[in-house]
Design a protein around this ligand. Sequence first.
Ligand code: ATP
Ligand code: MG
Length: 417
Amino acid sequence: MKIKRIRGVNDILPGEIEKWQWVEQIAHKTFARYGFKEIRTPIFESTRLFSRSIGETTDIVEKEMYTFQDKSGDSITLRPEGTASVVRSFVEHKMYGPGQLSKLYYLGPMFRYERPQAGRFRQFYQIGVEAMGSGHPALDAEVISMLMEFYRELGLKGLKLNLNTLGSNESRTHYREILKEAIQPNLSKLCDNCQGRYERNPLRVLDCKVASCGDVAETLPKIREHLIDADRLHFEQVQGHLKSVNLDFVINDRLVRGLDYYGRTTFEVTAEGLGSQNAVCGGGRYDGLVEEFDGPSTPCFGFAMGLERLVTILPEEMTQGIQSRPDVFVVMLGEVAQRAGFPLLEAMRREGLSVMRDFEGGSMKSQMRKANKSNCRFAVILGENEIENKSYQLKNMETGEQSNHSPDSLVAEIKSR
Ligand code: ATP
Ligand code: MG
């Protein structure tokens, strides 16, 4: 019986995984420079956590969640995103306090029942960041700047930073009415999805990807023109801070994002060369979510980026050298050499070298072929004579140069090169 992987999920194999590990390392290092600490939350949570935070009328909650009943009858959902879990954990472990800022990041798989296509999967990986405890516009700019710094470390160029504001609840309540009025005469031109959500979530029309909705959206009033003063000021200050560190951005009035908890600043980073699934990161401010889960009023700013798309656009010159290769391949000829070889291998590994061998006990030629294939830097050749004379042959696989060494000096010799 041949069983294949489920549609829309991936195996990440050696040869490819090195890129992922490299990206993860850069994330750990870059985020640490900004004082962020990693948090790991469970992959499944109570379904309510997501429906309440992401929003009942979002695509994710309406049709994309992997929800099931466990054996006790509780409704469980595989996390479709990371923010809800981090907020739950933040409240549960009381990571708050007067003037306290929690800077957290996470990394791991997310699950959404979407139509699989290039750059869109049902299990995909995200790295996400949540800065919790300040409503200062400089925090928005700092977190966005950290993201762009991370991309710079990866050697990525030509990324586009799209920025918008959704205003606070106060601005949005007011704008929602203006928007509904403006949409009303065009309601029949909208897709079924938007028509259905018009009453409860008219902002969705702004970023609907259906062409006819896009045409209507172009004619609609902009939220930017209907902000209360505090929201307008916040948005101006975010832009000022971004400019002060020379970060280019474009304002995209139709950037709404697919999660209902966002307010004030929202942003998305898009990349070329990805076709229509070109968003590599999305984020923004969510000042009301912690309170929604019975925590104290805690303004927050965060983002999440998809790793599959990111890994496909890594510049080749950056990923060329990251494949791991063994330092040494030990060729063992005959029974005696096999026995003496194992302790030698283990001693070399304890010294920090990466060491490979063959278990087939083949000829010199066949073992050297395997050594070559392993892409090792050195081969050590052990035969009965070498063991008897305590003089091991060392071959530099790049230059072909050969020399003999005592068992004691061998490791030092390899390390010195
Ligand atoms: P999209 O517009 O691509 O549907 P989204 O608005 O649903 O993205 P978020 O929920 O904010 O995206 O997730 C942040 C990032 O996660 C996206 O920018 C993208 O890089 C990645 N992402 C989202 N959904 C998927 C998916 N199904 N497969 C692969 N990556 C994804
Ligand atoms: Mg989506």
